[in-house]
Write a protein that binds this ligand. Structure first.
Ligand code: SD4
Length: 313
């Protein structure tokens, strides 16, 4: 299963699970890589969410709930295959998380080649933002460019600037693929891939590659993945919390709601969602800051992929 309406990712992950000897980890990598190639909503993979300098950087994580081992990359530069790079960290190192240019150097050991991640689309998004009288941004209590007439965008309050009816965080411009897979041996894996937040301050890494924040899995219980305003969400480790709630007996839907409520108590307007599954494939989701949250589920029982929706509280 995976976040949003990225059904091709679910199809490919499901097909991977049906291949001989493939594992839950393989399926999650396939699903996340599919979205990277398709540039799902321009918010996964290359050519989306340019930072303040116009560059696209990628965050991804692959978490194996059987070995409790993981691999992640953050702020990955000039490599399209972030999920594969994360898988290389998982499978070929004793580390968990590599970042920035040195993650790029690492990935090149595995024939992931270096290239510019900008496209006409991302360059135009960046130019349009740059040419605004007032550029929504992530600075706070300081205005790095005093020639801009409006104050800084307040990331925590999700404020819409009065003369700029445009949000940095919403479901049109800010999605992550978060995927959970269960293979026939009962192994549970979870993963994420995203290009983060548009107009982020260069160097920003979101919640997606952080264990317990963007994703978490434990094959004895289940898994959870998160999407949304990662700067806020990572402070609450919602994926970890949801899995621990299930360990204590909560249903997936209740566990997801508890994780969302914990954040909403402090940030009532935050934008985000959590998708949760038991190790048997019973699932639930909860969301905040939008009307409803779509997600894809694929299984033999369903006969393929179905897009489901949960209404937000
Ligand atoms: C981030 N959580 O980098 C990601 C982006 C996302 O829906 O999921 N948007 O903050």
């Amino acid at each position: 299963m995976n976040t949003w309406w990225f059904d091709q990712a679910a199809v490919n992950a499901f097909l991977t699970l049906q291949e001989a000897h493939s594992t839950a980890v393989d399926a999650v990598v396939t699903g996340c890589s599919t979205c990277e190639e398709l540039q799902c909503d321009h918010t996964v993979g290359y050519g989306g969410s340019p930072d303040e300098n116009g560059e696209t950087t990628l965050d991804a994580m692959i978490f194996d709930g059987t070995t409790m081992n993981m691999g992640a990359v953050g702020g990955l530069r000039r490599i399209k295959d972030a999920a594969l790079a994360a898988k290389m960290v998982l499978q070929h190192t004793k580390h968990s998380f590599l970042v920035g240019d040195l993650a790029t150097e690492f990935a090149k050991n595995f024939e992931l080649h270096e290239e510019n991640l900008s496209t006409n689309y991302s360059t135009n998004v960046w130019k349009e933002w740059k040419s605004r009288k007032c550029q929504p941004n992530f600075w706070q209590n300081v205005n790095p460019d005093p020639t801009k007439s409006c104050g800084p965008y307040q990331a925590d309050s999700n404020e819409i600037l009065a003369d700029e009816p445009w949000k940095i965080f919403n479901s049109d411009n800010h999605d992550t693929i978060g995927m959970i897979a269960i293979d026939e041996c009962g192994n549970v894996a979870a993963g994420t891939s995203t290009n983060g937040a548009s107009h982020k301050i260069p160097g920003r890494v979101g919640d997606s590659p952080i264990p317990g924040a963007g994703a978490y899995a434990d094959s004895t219980v289940g898994a959870a993945v998160a999407t949304g305003d990662g700067d806020v969400m990572m402070r609450f480790l919602p994926s970890f919390l949801a899995v621990e709630e299930m360990r204590r007996g909560a249903s997936p839907a209740k566990a997801a709601q508890t994780a969302i409520d914990r954040i909403a108590e402090k940030y009532p307007d935050f934008f985000g969602a959590v998708l949760v599954s038991t190790n048997k494939g019973e699932f639930g989701a909860a969301c905040n800051g939008m009307d409803s949250f779509p997600f894809c589920v694929a299984s033999e029982a369903l006969g393929g992929v179905v897009v489901k929706t949960v209404n937000c509280t």
